[in-house]
Design a protein around this ligand. Structure first.
Ligand SMILES: [Zn+2]
Length: 307
């Protein structure tokens, strides 16, 4: 859980490199971006043609005619798992809940997680959708044992990341396409809203099932963060995928959606990205600081970062 541009894709990839774990990417978007827009899987082929996902559809839903219609699934998601639905989802008991779109969507989502675990031969499926509403949904899914990582990054660094030009890479044949860019105001409000939602989920599930990770702490000591997360889930393997303090060996993956770093495999170096401290404009810095002030102290970020 958390806001965008906070390192969730790389954390997802690193966790997926653990024995018995699999990276799923931003699963929320697999229906819309993966199936309807036919974007690329982390392995580089269009998601609809990827052999991994083809096996997952069979494992999850059986015959082709029994598969849910992605257009219908996207409608259920809009009706029941928006960020504003988070408190309501947290209050829900076991299925059926009587809330129609949720009762329709929940079994589809549960089957997808199980199918991924089965095809990958993994005990743990990592979903970096980030939205607290998707996290809250896990509480009602039958047969799923959920653990939550709330990943937070200094919102000034996030605002800067949204301003930078970045190639998108996941649209077929559009080699010069860029990821969308957003204003500091958009980023600052999104940061506040999604981190606020993630706080609700952590409070609901408690310390044994949820934890806060600061992106800055993760890149400073990646192995320590991975050990904490894997320890919480009770699935800490004997061997970690690190070849150096900051170097991790990533296998090719089938992440459905996420930052372009999901296309990286091999040795990847994690290092702090502090360019924003020099390059973010004073206006963006102030606007972000003022908007996000209510939560800055909570995550141990300084109020003043202007030079
Ligand atoms: Zn793939």
């Amino acid at each position: 859980m958390g806001w965008t541009r906070s390192g969730s894709t790389i954390l997802d990839s690193v966790l997926g490199a653990l024995e018995g774990w699999v990276s799923a990417g931003e699963l929320h978007y697999i229906w819309e971006r993966g199936l309807l827009e036919d974007r690329l899987c982390g392995c580089g082929v269009p998601l609809r043609e990827c052999p991994f996902w083809r096996d997952v559809w069979v494992a999850a839903y059986g015959r082709e005619e029994d598969r849910p219609d992605p257009r219908q699934v996207v409608i259920w998601q809009q009706q029941a798992v928006r960020t504003r639905h988070t408190p309501r989802l947290l209050r829900m008991g076991p299925l059926p809940t009587g809330w129609e779109p949720l009762d329709a969507y929940a079994p589809v989502a549960a089957a997808l997680y199980k199918g991924i675990g089965e095809v990958a031969g993994a005990e743990v499926v990592v979903d970096s959708s980030k939205r607290p509403s998707d996290a809250a949904l896990l509480g009602v899914l039958p047969g799923i044992d959920p653990y939550f990582v709330h990943l937070v990054r200094d919102p000034r660094a996030v605002a800067y990341s949204w301003q930078r030009r970045k190639a998108t890479l996941d649209l077929q044949g559009a080699t010069d396409a860029e990821m969308p860019r957003h204003s500091s105001l958009y980023s600052a409000f999104g940061w506040l809203e999604l981190n606020g939602g993630a706080e609700l989920v952590r409070r609901h599930f408690g310390r044994h099932r949820s934890m806060l990770v600061r992106y800055e702490d993760f890149v400073a000591a990646p192995a320590a963060t991975v050990e904490r997360v894997a320890g919480m889930a009770g699935e800490l393997p004997d061997k970690l995928p690190f070849t150096g303090t900051h170097t991790v060996t990533l296998q090719p993956n089938h992440m459905a959606g996420g930052n372009p770093t999901r296309f990286n495999a091999g040795d990847v170096t994690l290092k702090p990205d502090t360019e924003w401290t020099k390059r973010l404009s004073r206006g963006s810095n102030l606007l972000t600081t003022l908007t996000d002030a209510p939560l800055l102290r909570r995550y141990r970020y300084p109020l003043l970062t202007l030079r």
